[in-house]
Design a binder for this molecule. Structure first.
Ligand code: 3PG
Length: 215
């Protein structure tokens, strides 16, 4: 089947095992948020395309905060792949996987983490050359029990569970041998971002990274 001819997340350049899933409603929020997360030990941002400000926010971080590994999330259409790359995204994530998205990521040579929810989808991703995939939505897919079950037949695959991961369960996910990292929105709550409480973002990031680093 297809060989891994495209860059994947096999060796992510960032060190954080917690990936904040971010909705930004104004590009001006992006740079202070990036600094706040870095201050809390989180060197990766998944800025989603769920808000029109997402692309400009990626651009701001890429331009002004070089130590932050900024990527694009909620990439669901093939034409978005080149656009997020042009904005400065270093990687892309999607809640799912389509052939068009995989081809677009390969064409751009942009590291891409597709979303999966079933064993068949994990196998299809592996056929495309991916060794790290996003389990989404993780809670609805079966959470910890699902990841443990996948470790048997598909033990060569690594996962980033997202959707229902929180401060209280992230440690349990990260302890599983097939979980490389977790994603979640709890690090950047919309109300905290909108009132510009960057100290609180740093506190949330530090709280999560200390759990991840203490495992
Ligand atoms: C995602 O967008 O990837 C998830 O919806 C984030 O899920 P959470 O809000 O449960 O962390």
């Amino acid at each position: 089947m297809t060989q891994p001819t495209h860059p994947t997340f096999q060796s992510p350049a960032f060190t954080s095992r917690v990936v904040p899933v971010i909705v930004i409603t104004h590009p001006d929020q992006a740079v202070p948020m990036a600094h706040a997360l870095l201050e809390g030990g989180v060197d990766v941002m998944e800025i989603t395309l769920r808000h029109a400000a997402g692309l400009a926010a990626i651009e701001q971080v890429a331009k002004h905060v070089p130590h932050m590994h900024v990527g694009a999330g909620t990439v669901t259409r093939a034409d978005e792949m080149a656009r997020v790359q042009a904005a400065g995204a270093r990687f892309a994530l999607s809640p799912g996987m389509t052939d068009a998205l995989v081809q677009a990521a390969m064409a751009c040579r942009l590291p891409f983490m597709p979303g999966v929810m079933t064993p068949g989808e994990v196998m299809a991703a592996r056929d495309h050359g991916f060794s790290l995939v996003k389990l989404f939505p993780a809670a609805q897919a079966g959470g910890l029990a699902m990841l443990k079950a996948l470790a048997g037949p598909l033990g060569d695959m690594q996962f980033c569970p997202t959707g229902g991961v929180s401060l209280t369960n992230m440690g349990e996910f990260l302890k599983l041998p097939n979980v490389a990292m977790v994603g979640g929105s709890w690090l950047t709550p919309l109300d905290v971002v909108q009132r510009g409480d960057w100290a609180e973002i740093t506190r949330l990031a530090r709280e999560a990274s200390s759990i991840a680093n203490g495992l």
